[in-house]
Design a protein around this ligand. Sequence first.
Ligand code: HEC
Length: 137
Amino acid sequence: MRLMPLALLASLLPLAACLKPLPDPVPSGAEDYATYCAGCHGMEGRGDGEVGASLGKKPADLTQLAGADGKIPMARVMSKIWGYTKDANGNLMPSFAPLLDQEKMVLFDSGDGIPTPTPLRLVQIAEHLQRLQARDE
Ligand code: HEC
């Protein structure tokens, strides 16, 4: 009888091996937007966030980015976010370094037909902005 717990333990070992911690999950575009953008641009992207109200310049209304084809100008939007990180001085938006995590890259075509390695979280934020576009029905 005293051996029983040992046998039980042994049978649980393979299970324990499956429980080793997974790498940090990547936040979704919506989560990153809420963390890094909504304070100024507002949850719905209308430029009405609480922090934004205290700035000298009104945050852009991100629901109006789409052109006549309903698509947002991906290259412009992404270089805007990326550019702020590169040149933080004198800019109103903070640095978004975590969004530019080079460890998780995906091939992304921002409209020029050339898939380019791009940080996954930046792509996800851009896709979230696409979903925020005002639809006039
Ligand atoms: C501290 C406030 C603040 C935060 C946080 C912020 N923004 Fe902005 N954003 C602004 C302001 C102010 C402008 C307009 C002035 C400018 O372009 O610098 C702007 C402009 C923009 C534009 C340009 C729109 C256009 O028509 O070209 C984009 C795109 C944008 N923000 C996206 C984002 C995204 C995505 C995030 C989150 C990753 C974010 N912003 C976070 C304040 C902010």
